[in-house]
Design a protein around this ligand. Sequence first.
Ligand SMILES: [Fe+2]
Length: 169
Amino acid sequence: MTDANENLNDWLRDAHAMEQQAEKMLTAQAERLEHYPALKARIVEHIDETRWQQRLLDECLARRGIGSSLVKDIGGKLMAFGQAIGGMSATDEVVKGAIAGYVFENLEIASYTALIAAAGQVGDSATKSACEQIIVQERAMAAWLLEHLPQITEAFLARAATPGVTAKV
Ligand SMILES: [Fe+2]
């Protein structure tokens, strides 16, 4: 048997690790992108949002009496996901990266949906409100990626078909 508050604490830690992973992946993508300025700019914007989300989660954890030292150990939890979708050497890296980004944003959306329900159940309105603010940013990023995936794909295909031009990033 596990208390609802303990589950909420676990999920907040998971969300914190997820956002650390998100920051790593987004930073790696942004650093490598050269020929897709709109995508790069949107990723850079979401890196700022992701850092803000981490601070919000830190505050939730602190309010609930969980030190940030307990959070650090689980940073590698989602590493496998990042490695699986990293695709750094793929010739179609930009397209794979945009798809992976969309998948990851939807993982975040689902995670915060569960967190909002759990926070509501235990009556932690501050945590619920924090997650409701975060999920708005995740939905916006997911929507942007899906909306721009056709243009990104078309730009990639055009570059890939042009001799002497780099297409992958
Ligand atoms: Fe995100």
